[in-house]
Design a protein around this ligand. Structure first.
Ligand code: G1P
Length: 797
């Protein structure tokens, strides 16, 4: 009997004895608690950690977000004990899938950026790449989303770990102390002494990340606490949580995760969170490094600090501060260590999303750091002067300066302080160089790279789609879970009628399962024969859920006008949250819900058109939607979506992408074959032209009857209980501004949607395309991304 089996059986006996019950009498909740505790014990006791550093350094992955999803099923699978647990439960009349439903998703992230971090931890642990994930232990994750009576988004707090969260444990031994405010005494030359006004403690919580047949390594989350409160009014430039008091409790520091509307608000508390995260993490990294008998100079040889976006940028001056003030290194020595240790991943080109902090605020909160940043800025000034001639200098300095107009530009700080900068899909990385940082690219040759994102096949195929996994197991030689390129082996089967039938039957079964979820969640009975057309992601104008909305309205109007016309039935499914302060994104959610209410109750739409908005999008919901998708909506304006990762998950599970040439869609189309995706819309170049010629959305509105009728339906009260003004802001924005060229892409999107309907009617060809998407997209495994990081960025210095 395996040691896990013994542990399982003896622990069950004790667990039941303590409760005076037989195993058959345990509730689902108790079973969940029991299995979670036993598997956590197994992970901690018997799973290996500390993999050796062979050709790469240890990765310290700093991210303000880790959207890890439910862990129990994943851990059981990676421990290799899933079947044993399933059998034990079956003996007691229970189903493991139901028990796993008891787990609450820790929603410690907003969307793609946080989910990417989680996939990367999984892949690093599976590939035995030594790593620690560093994040924050938010008391409330991203809000829970409810849909109100009028179709509007409502937000509720999500205290994810209040009752029971067995996958983490408190590391009382790893406490850190973090200072804020106060003053800096200039001792002599380069020597300064910071005397902070307050100190807050950082407590560590570890969540072991269990790799697939690999190792376990920690996701370390810091939580703030203090014995004394601090006077927040000294810094306050906002109204944090509507604080009644000017004095706040330090534990509030890590209370909430800030929602992402890709718009920087400059809240002092967010900056405090960022610094707290970085100070605790840097101290922990140095502690471990020195404990192994290594010198500070050896830091870049053994450690890399990967910055997931600019949110942890302040780690750069923090490491400088520690090296200068605590270890008394010279500026040159400290900078040489620092600039070989950090690497930065950029996730967005949107100018309004690039973080900039008010310099006065930074100076008040982190007075020592601002002195360091000023010095970095001065050194940079010399470099720029040396590289650019007089005519070029002003523009180059305007682009590259870290300090400009009383702002601290965090992306610039990251580029200057890192040895490597990468974008997250080829087209995005090219734009980072050509549009965002051209002067830097000239100044720092060889610093810019691309690493196309990836997703873990363990969660997104093996766990989310067990039926497809079983089919793949049957037909693929070797463990595709660990080497996703092996899926190429099914390519020759794409035309095989028997394989097609099996593949199609699985899709149908997954669609039925999603139909049940939809009925449970929103009470809508859906047509399982329809095309399941899916758009799941954060709500943002650039992701263009409004384009999908307008096409659905136009389709509705067309069916109404031609009741006799044959229609390929379609179910549109949406899920996603809008940042609470993002009014237009919330209007789009409301319009979709109101449109859904009208369409779903209209007898003329029966068997033809349905719309479902599933509330509270989260990882566990994505796992149910993705395997059931026929069509994957990836319709951002070209040049705006850095990569996307939902596009990869959906395509690998056999959905056909309808998308623009944006982010990783471009590479997905190349790998899948252009005939197995449907591309539409303006390209990066044609958007440029459109704007250069003075884009006027109103012209499209006036000239395209179908488009005009669809937009007008938003102002005639049809989808707002007669209220003609509910969507005024949205409509005004579309017709008069349309920053993301929705109207310019409408006609081509609509034609692409018609193409989808046409292709779906030939089921043999459709299934063949779906199979080829699964077979050919193995490159989008996050294991491949991690290998790219290893060879391009993390290799030993
Ligand atoms: C962001 C980017 C997205 C990218 C992801 C991970 O995700 O916008 O293109 O795939 O980071 O790199 P978002 O927060 O928008 O979901």
């Amino acid at each position: 009997m395996s040691s896990f089996q013994t542990l399982l059986e003896t622990s069950l006996k004790t667990y039941c004895e303590e409760r005076f019950v037989q195993p058959e009498q345990l509730t689902d909740r108790q079973w969940y608690q029991f299995i979670a505790e036993v598997s956590q014990q197994a992970v901690l006791q018997s799973f290996p950690h500390n993999p050796p550093l062979v050709s790469t350094r240890k990765v310290n992955y700093l991210s303000m977000e880790f959207l890890i999803g439910r862990l129990l099923g994943n851990n059981l699978m990676n421990l290799g004990v899933y079947d044993q647990v399933q059998q034990l439960l079956a003996k007691c009349g229970k189903n493991l899938v139901d028990i796993l439903e008891q787990e609450r998703d820790p929603s410690l992230g907003n969307g793609g950026l946080g989910r990417l971090a989680a996939c990367y931890l999984d892949s690093m642990a599976s590939l035995s790449q030594a790593a620690v994930g560093y994040g924050l232990h938010y008391q409330y994750g991203l809000f829970k989303q409810l849909i109100g009576y009028h179709g509007e988004q409502l937000e509720r707090g999500d205290a994810w770990n209040r009752d029971f969260y067995p996958q983490q444990y408190h590391r009382a031994d790893l406490q850190q102390k973090v200072g804020f405010g106060g003053q800096v005494v200039h001792l002599q030359d380069d020597k300064y002494q910071w005397q902070p006004e307050w100190e807050i403690f950082g407590e560590a919580f570890d969540l072991p990340v269990v790799g697939y047949k690999g190792v376990q390594q920690p996701l370390r989350l810091w939580q703030g606490y203090s014995e004394t409160d601090f006077d927040f009014a000294v810094f306050n430039d906002g109204d944090y949580l509507h604080a009644e008091s000017r004095v706040i409790d330090a534990s509030k520091l890590t209370k909430v995760l800030y929602p992402n509307d890709n718009h920087q608000e400059g809240k002092a508390l967010r900056l405090m969170q960022q610094y707290f995260h970085c100070a605790c993490s840097i101290a922990d990294i140095l502690r471990q490094h020195l404990a192994q008998g290594r010198s500070l100079e050896q830091l870049p040889e053994f450690e890399v600090i990967q910055l997931n976006d600019t949110h942890p940028a302040i780690a750069i001056p923090e490491l400088m501060r520690v090296l200068l003030d605590q270890y008394e290194l010279s500026w040159e020595k400290a900078w040489s260590i620092c600039s070989k240790t950090f690497a930065y991943t950029n996730h967005t080109l949107l100018p309004e999303a690039l973080e900039q902090w008010d310099q006065t605020l930074v100076a008040k909160l982190l007075p020592r750091h601002i002195i360091i940043i000023e010095r970095i800025n001065n050194e940079l000034h010399h470099l720029v002067k040396a590289e650019f001639n007089e005519d070029e200098f002003a523009q180059a300095w305007y682009e590259t300066a870290v300090l400009m107009d009383n702002r601290v530009r965090m992306a610039n700080l990251c580029v200057v302080g890192s040895f490597a900068v990468n974008g997250v899909a080829q087209i995005h990385s090219d734009l980072v160089v050509s549009d965002l940082f051209p002067a830097y690219a000239r100044l720092f040759k060889g610093r810019f790279h691309n690493v196309t994102n990836g997703v873990t096949p363990r969660r997104w195929i093996r766990q989310a789609n067990p039926a497809l996994s079983a089919l793949l197991d049957q037909h693929v030689k070797g463990d595709w879970t660990k080497d996703l390129e092996l899926l190429r082996q099914i390519e020759p089967l794409a035309k095989d009628p028997q394989f097609q039938r099996a593949y199609q039957a699985i899709k149908q079964q997954n669609k039925q399962a999603l139909a049940q979820v939809i009925e449970q969640e929103i009470g809508l009975k859906v047509n399982g024969e329809a095309i399941f057309d899916i758009q799941i992601k954060r709500f943002h104008e650039y992701k263009r859920q409004q384009l999908n909305l307008l096409n659905i309205i136009a389709t509705y109007q067309e069916i109404k006008a031609n009741p006799e016309q044959a229609v390929v039935p379609r179910l549109f499914v949406f899920a996603g949250k809008a940042a609470p302060g993002y009014f237009l994104a919330k209007q789009i959610i409301q319009a979709i819900n109101n449109l859904a209410a009208t369409i779903n109750s209209d007898p003329d739409m029966q068997g033809k058109l349905q719309v479902a908005f599933l509330p509270d999008y989260r990882v566990s919901l994505a796992e149910k939607i993705i395997p059931a998708a026929d069509v994957s909506e990836q319709i951002s304006l070209a040049g705006k979506e850095a990569s996307g990762t939902g596009n990869m998950k959906l395509a690998l599970n056999g959905a056909i992408t309808i998308g623009t040439l944006d982010g990783a869609n471009v590479e997905i189309a190349e790998f899948a074959g252009e005939e197995n995706v449907v591309i539409f819309g303006h390209t990066v170049e044609s958007v440029r032209e459109l704007r250069a010629n003075g884009y006027n959305p109103r012209e499209y509105y006036e000239q395209d009857d179908v488009l005009r009728n669809a937009i007008d339906a938003l102002t005639d009260g049809s989808f707002a209980n007669g209220d003609q003004h509910r969507y005024d802001a949205l409509v005004d924005n579309l017709i008069n501004h349309d920053p993301f060229c929705t109207l310019a892409d409408f006609a081509s999107y609509r034609a692409a949607q018609q193409e989808i309907a046409k292709r779906y009617q030939n089921q043999t060809a459709w299934v063949e395309s779906a199979i080829l998407n699964t077979a050919r997209l193995g490159a989008f495994s996050s294991d491949r991304s991690i290998r790219d990081y290893q060879t391009r960025i993390w290799k030993k210095a």
